[in-house]
Design a binder for this molecule. Structure first.
Ligand code: NAI
Length: 410
C-alpha cells in the first residue's frame, strides 16, 4: 500500500491569520515542507479555494469555517484552531466529513493566572483609583484601604487549570486560599475546599471566578451572592462575561459594599478593536477593565503554536486523535516499520466492523493490531496490517456503505 499513502512532501499545510512561526518550524522539523503561510484572514471565497487542495489547515479565531462547503473539501484531513475556542468551526460538519479539529484549550492558563494575581495586588492597594486620579492631575496619597496581600483570603470558584494555578501564585504571596468547585478537587498547598458557594463567599477578601460558561454558571454572581461577600471585598472575573450580573455589580460598587473589581470579560464584547466598548462600569475608577486579554501573551501564543502543531503532526503521522474536540479520541503507538496502518472513518452503524474485517480476510490480509473508538455517529477504526501493497483493499474499504474516509500510512 506504500504508493497509496501520502508522503510528507505532498501534504499541503496552510497556516492562516499569522499563526505563530513556531508552528511552521515544528512542521518543517518533522519533514513537512509544503507549507503555505498567510498573515491575513481569507474571505469566504478565498477560503473555499484554499480548502479545495489543502490537507492540513491551521486557523485562528477570525477564519469562519462555519459557512464552508466541507463536502467538497475531499483533501482536507485535519483542522487546527491555533487559539482556545472552536466557535468559528462547524465541528459537527467536520466530524461528519471525517475531519478532526484540534485546539489548545489550556495553553494560556499561566497568562490568565498571572494577570489575576497582579489585579488582586492592585485592587488590595487601591491602585486603580489612585492611578485614574493621577491621570487627571489629582494627588491621592493615602494608606486608607490600602492593604498587602499577605494574610488575606482569596476565594476561587472553579479549581481547574487557571483556578489551581492562581492558587499556587496566591499562596506564594502569603494569601490563604479557599475554593469551591462542583467537582471534588484535591487541595494544592494549604488551600482548603469549601462545600458550597454560599459557604465560601462570607469567608473571603477577594473572589476570583474561573468557571466555564454553562447554564449553571450564567448569572452565578448576582445581588444575593455579592451581599454574602464581606463589606470592602473585591471581585475579579477573567472567566466569562455572563457569570456576573453587571447591574448588581454596579449597585454593590455604588453602595461601596464592594471596594473594587477587575473584569476582563463582559456579557457583550466588541467584535473588533474598531468597535466601541460600552459598559456601565466605565465610570468607576476602582474597577480595572481589560479587553479580554487574560490569555493574550507571547508565551501563550508560543504554547498554542506548539500544542496545536504537535497534535496535527501526530494525527498526520500516525493517526492519533487525542484531545480532538469533535472526534473519537485514539492514542496510537508508533507504526511498526513492517506494517501498514489503515485508518477507516465511518458512520457509527451496526455491522461496519464486520464488513471491514471481511474486506481484509477476503484478501488473506492479517490484522496485527486494531484500535477502535466511536463518538456519537462517527466511528474511527485503525488497523495495522501485514501487507505491502493493495489497491483492492482500499477500494473494498471505500465501497463499504457508511465509509466516510480511508487513509493509509506506511
Ligand atoms: P477548566 O475546565 O480547567 O476549569 C474549570 C473548573 O470549573 C473545573 O474544575 C470545573 O469543575 C469547575 N466548574 C464548572 N462548573 C462549575 C460550577 N457551576 N461551580 C463551580 N465550579 C465549576 O477551565 P480553565 O482553563 O481553568 O478556564 C476557566 C475559565 O477561564 C473558563 O471560563 C475560560 O473560558 C476562561 N478563560 C478566560 C481567558 C481570558 O482571556 N480571560 C483565557 C482562558 C480561559
Amino acid at each position: 500500500m506504500t504508493k497509496l499513502s501520502l508522503s510528507k512532501e505532498k501534504i499541503k499545510v496552510v497556516l492562516l491569520e499569522g499563526v505563530h512561526p513556531d508552528a511552521e518550524t515544528l512542521f518543517r522539523q518533522d519533514g513537512y515542507n509544503n507549507i503555505h503561510i498567510y498573515h491575513s484572514t481569507p474571505d469566504d471565497h478565498e477560503l473555499q479555494e484554499i480548502l479545495s487542495d489543502t490537507h492540513i489547515l491551521g486557523i485562528r479565531s477570525r477564519t469562519q469555517l462555519k459557512g464552508c462547503n466541507l463536502a467538497v473539501c475531499e483533501k482536507l484531513m485535519a483542522v487546527g484552531t491555533f487559539c482556545i475556542g472552536t466557535n468559528q468551526v462547524d465541528l459537527e460538519g467536520c466530524k461528519s466529513q471525517g475531519i478532526p479539529v484540534f485546539n489548545a484549550p489550556f495553553s494560556n492558563t499561566r497568562s490568565v493566572a498571572e494577570l489575576v494575581m497582579a489585579e488582586i495586588i492592585l485592587l488590595l492597594r487601591g491602585i486603580p483609583e489612585k492611578n485614574a486620579k493621577a491621570h487627571r492631575g489629582q494627588w491621592f496619597k493615602s494608606a486608607l484601604n490600602s492593604n498587602e496581600t499577605r494574610g488575606k483570603t482569596l476565594g476561587i470558584v472553579g479549581f481547574g487549570h487557571i483556578g489551581s494555578q492562581l492558587c499556587i501564585l496566591a499562596e506564594a504571596m502569603g494569601m490563604k486560599v479557599k475554593y469551591f468547585d462542583i467537582v471534588n478537587k484535591l487541595p494544592l498547598g494549604n488551600s482548603e475546599a469549601v462545600a458550597s458557594l454560599n459557604e465560601l463567599l462570607p469567608q473571603i477578601d477577594v473572589l476570583s471566578l474561573h468557571v466555564p460558561d454553562t447554564e449553571l454558571t450564567q448569572n452565578m454572581i448576582g445581588a444575593k451572592e455579592m451581599a454574602l461577600l464581606p463589606k470592602g471585598s473585591f471581585l475579579v472575573n477573567a472567566a466569562r462575561g455572563h457569570i456576573v450580573v453587571i447591574e448588581d455589580l454596579v449597585d454593590a460598587l455604588i453602595k461601596e459594599h464592594l471596594h473594587g473589581a477587575a473584569l476582563d470579560v463582559f456579557p457583550i464584547e466588541p467584535a473588533s478593536n474598531e468597535d466601541p466598548f460600552e459598559s456601565p462600569l466605565l465610570e468607576f475608577d476602582n474597577v480595572i477593565l481589560t479587553p479580554h486579554i487574560g490569555g493574550s501573551t507571547q508565551e501563550a501564543q508560543v504554547n498554542i503554536a506548539n500544542e496545536v502543531a504537535d497534535k496535527l503532526i501526530k494525527y498526520s503521522n500516525n493517526g492519533s486523535t487525542s484531545s480532538a474536540v469533535n472526534f473519537p479520541e485514539v492514542s496510537l503507538p508508533t507504526l511498526h516499520s513492517d506494517l501498514t496502518r489503515v485508518m477507516h472513518i465511518h458512520q457509527n452503524k451496526p455491522g461496519i466492523l464486520e464488513r471491514i474485517n471481511h474486506a481484509f480476510s477476503s484478501q488473506s490480509i492479517n490484522i496485527a493490531a486494531m484500535y477502535l473508538q466511536t463518538s456519537g455517529d462517527v466511528g474511527y477504526v485503525i488497523m495495522d496490517v501485514n501487507c505491502e501493497s493493495s489497491e483492492t483493499i482500499v477500494q473494498k474499504l471505500n465501497g463499504i456503505e457508511g465509509t466516510i474516509r480511508v487513509r493509509i500510512l506506511h
